[in-house]
Design a protein around this ligand. Structure first.
Ligand code: CA2
Length: 137
């Protein structure tokens, strides 16, 4: 089984800043935990701070992979184009947010991705990625 994890802007800073919101683990450390927890899964990890690069990657893998776990970061709330890309592919997407986007500022309550995603996990910390992977099994 091939599952892609795609992280959007600033998520490369995980583990180094704002640990009270985003935790103190780097994503690379967490990815090792996920690989050990799901030995039958091949995880492909991609992170970019660039909207077009995220869309290119979604289009590249979005017709062959078994699942995509996507944290679009701040683009969640601004990017119609990212929502369009998810609507255009056949691979199911689970939207994941580390923090609870409904318990923060008003502007975070809007997602251009949620309606196009299979489902949404928000506010369960970095564990949300493993919960999303479990859905695909
Ligand atoms: O809670 C999430 O996962 C978010 O997608 C994170 C985004 C935010 O804009 C969304 O509203 C919710 C921000 C990502 C910033 O990530 C950082 C990680 C560590 C330190 C600083 C920023």
């Amino acid at each position: 089984m091939n599952i892609a994890i795609i992280n959007g802007p600033n998520l490369n800073l995980l583990g180094s800043r704002e640990p009270e919101i985003y935790g103190s683990q780097t994503f690379e450390q967490y990815l090792d935990v996920m690989k050990a927890s799901f030995p039958g899964v091949l995880f492909h990890y991609f992170q970019s701070n660039v909207e077009g690069e995220l869309i290119d990657e979604i289009q590249r893998i979005g017709f062959t992979y078994d699942g995509i776990i996507l944290n679009p970061g701040g683009y969640t709330h601004t990017s119609v184009a990212l929502g369009d890309a998810i609507a255009a592919i056949t691979t199911p997407v689970i939207e994941v947010h580390i923090s609870n986007i409904f318990g923060r500022e008003e502007f975070r309550k809007l997602s251009h991705v949620s309606a196009k995603a299979k489902g949404v996990i928000s506010g369960l910390g970095i564990k949300g990625y493993a919960l999303a992977a479990g859905y695909f099994l």
